[in-house]
Design a protein around this ligand. Structure first.
Ligand code: PLP
Length: 424
């Protein structure tokens, strides 16, 4: 049989004749062209541009510093001690216990480590497994807040359901309660929440969280909540939606070690919720990956048991990085939307002639030596225009890298703060 090539651009003939769920997945992610070709994601395109031009990559959200030494050391020790074979399907018992302790310590949630939590290949697998487990046909709907983390639309499409979006609009990116109420119906199987929110940096107010719970209850929907930035909320401590009255019995809470311990490459995540929902997710998860990262699991258990100080400092450090990034963006002429949580700052490039943020971001590496992602990468095709001038910058980089990015932007666009200084 002839060897098939799936290289982007060379695969037109083969791709256009291959049936399967990949098509709706690619279409859901906005990557399928009319001629059947599949585009690379904007993240791959922009990372390639960074490598080609030597630009500072503020596109993808991964830290450029190692996480806590004791966590890294625990992984090395686990490998040396022989933790190199399949761990138990639900996860290492000590990590399950550490997740349960963490939820109790920070949020007062009671989680049975044996029945109500499983370890997954990052939050991404937890999300996809939950959607595949809970969705039962093309009439099912999943309500998401738009813009949304890119895997949501792809996974909803793979599961064969319909995506219903609730817009988050600048300046504060909080959902409108009426739009939310109109989106949730008896067809809603899942309300998918992400709080703190990527890409906008919004932290949902308690009232909107309560409204989500009320609507889920009224329409018998499951809440799936992605809380990977739980320890990176700047203005107030994070409120897991599962802590609201009436929520825990219908909520799957997802998180991950990647953001909290700067170990995004380890892909250790988890999901907890009522035992019947966890059984449903585990049923799917065990045939996706079966188990994950044996030596990383004890290391993440060490991380979850670190002193409160570690978690407070992680949030304070990132908030400082956002300040440096935001000051640089403002000085270059962007209008900055100050984030309340998470890795990203959103800025409006319209004052710099960047009303088409996608074109603006494609030109940015050459123009200023910086890579960023247009918000249109996180929206459905028919809502792109609503976010046209907005650009997402990752703040999870060393301060000196952010300062260098700020200097490059100032050079590329002219430093507005010093110009103001000169004319004043
Ligand atoms: C909102 C959100 N959810 C999930 C993920 C993926 O998490 P993981 O790497 O643990 O799969 C990310 C990573 O950027 C994210 O921003």
């Amino acid at each position: 049989m002839a060897k098939m090539s799936f290289t982007y651009g060379l695969s037109l003939f083969f791709m256009s004749v291959i049936p399967g769920a990949w098509r709706r997945t690619a279409a859901g992610a906005g990557l399928l062209a009319d001629d059947g070709t599949v585009a690379p994601t904007i993240f791959a395109e922009m990372s390639a541009a960074a490598a080609r031009t030597g630009a500072i990559n503020l596109g993808q959200g991964f830290p450029d510093e190692d996480g806590p030494a004791e966590v890294l050391e625990a992984a090395r020790a686990a490998i040396s001690a022989g933790a190199n074979q399949y761990p138990p399907g639900r996860g290492l018992p000590d990590l399950l216990a550490a997740i349960s302790e963490h939820q109790s310590r920070f949020y007062g949630l009671t989680v049975d480590p044996e029945r109500e939590v499983i370890v997954t290949a990052g939050a991404t697998e937890a999300l996809t497994a939950a959607l595949l487990a809970l969705i039962d046909g093309p009439d099912d709907e999943v309500v998401v807040f738009e813009p949304y983390y890119d895997s949501y639309a792809a996974a909803v499409a793979l599961a064969g359901a319909r995506l219903v979006t609730v817009p988050l609009r600048a300046p504060d990116f909080q959902p409108d309660a009426d739009r939310l109420a109109a989106a949730v119906t008896d067809r809603t199987r899942v309300i998918l929440v992400n709080d703190p929110h990527n890409p906008t940096g919004a932290v949902f107010g308690r009232e909107i969280l309560a409204e989500i719970v009320r609507l889920a209850d009224r329409h018998d929907a499951i809440i799936v909540t992605d809380e990977v930035y739980e320890h990176l909320s700047f203005s107030a401590p994070h409120t897991p939606i599962a802590t609201l009255p009436g929520a825990a019995s219908r909520t799957l809470t997802i998180s991950s070690a990647g953001k909290t311990f700067s170990t995004t490459g380890w892909k250790i995540g988890w999901v907890h919720g009522p035992a019947p929902l966890i059984t449903a997710v585990l049923t799917v998860k065990q045939y996706l990956t079966y188990v994950n990262g044996a030596p990383f699991q004890p290391a993440v258990a060490v991380g979850l048991r670190l002193d409160d100080r570690y978690f407070t400092e992680a949030s304070e450090t990132l908030a400082r990085k956002h300040e440096v990034l935001g000051a640089g963006l403002r000085a270059a002429g962007f209008e900055v939307h100050v984030p309340q949580g998470g890795y990203f700052t959103v800025a409006d490039a319209s004052p710099l002639g960047g009303r088409d943020a996608a074109a603006f971001c494609r030109a940015l590496p050459e123009r200023a030596g910086v890579v960023a992602i247009p918000l249109s990468a996180f929206t459905s095709a028919h809502h792109r225009a609503d976010y046209a001038g907005l650009v997402r910058f990752a703040a999870c980089k060393r301060i000196e890298v952010l300062e260098e990015a700020a200097a490059r932007l100032a050079t590329g666009f002219g430093d507005r703060s010093s110009q103001r200084g000169r004319t004043a």
